[in-house]
Design a protein around this ligand. Sequence first.
Ligand code: PMV
Length: 312
Amino acid sequence: MKARAYVNFALIKYWGKKDEERRLPHQSSLSFTVDKLYTDTLILFDDNLKEDNILINGNINLEAEKRVVNYLNILREELNVKSYVHFSSTNNVPTAAGLASSASSFASIALAFSKEAGLDLSKEELSRLARLGSGSASRSIYSNFAIWKTGNDKTSVAKPLKIDWPEFRIIVLMIDTNKKRASSTNAMEISVKNEELYSNWVKESKLDLELMIKAINQKDIDLVGKIAEKNSNHMHDLIESTKITYKTKDSLKAIKRIEALREKGISAYYTMDAGPNIKIITTTKYVDDILKEFDDIETLVCKSGDEAHIIK
Ligand code: PMV
């Protein structure tokens, strides 16, 4: 079975787990799924295999392979499957550059594997399974905006935020597509240990989420942008308190240019994840002005991507 899932970018970030094994977050998060970045995963059960046969982007990649095999073991246990698999996954995302390839990867694996097992799981069941591979993958089951709630192993799933806002856009600035320096899993673990700063992050991000839901419902791009920017900066301050930084000189230069665009009345706001690339939050009205400003950097203008689905 072959499945496609799209990358999502968080406007309210997930950062830190209360349960490493079950990947349960300390706080809820909210994201937007994008159309230009996705992963296709093909999974075929084969009872003659003695181990999983893994190809990632057509190559052998031992580090990524280990994580995939661990996840396939979890799926076999969860769905009561005995077979090893032929596995081939292709990203149209520069892998591990903080462009959230783990979200689209694990969501596509969860869907392909469960369908290959003959199961027709609900979106929430799929979201839970995807979460067991990578937290942010729980949100890539859906198109448009999704909220992933904190909770227990059963209740911590993502659900769609029902809002029709076709003008909403995220523009990715491809600052650097090389491999990121610290994995989000490790960086998160270190952040959680910093108890005082971490508990403040959890408290603030809860408030940010409530305000963000209201702002999205009002389709107020300036309010959405401001809250997302504040939330992203808070997460990066927390990360930087652990001596890890994902921001490069080029990221900081691009941020200055986004702030300058705002001075000219253009609604452009930024958010960053576990890598140097920048995502600009905006609406269709401002896209041309933003592209004109960033004509020296590769950009991807994204609208909502589809929900995760099977490809024939
Ligand atoms: O699911 P992970 O381990 O790739 O964590 C991703 C965390 C951030 O991208 C930084 C934030 C988020 O909510 O997507």
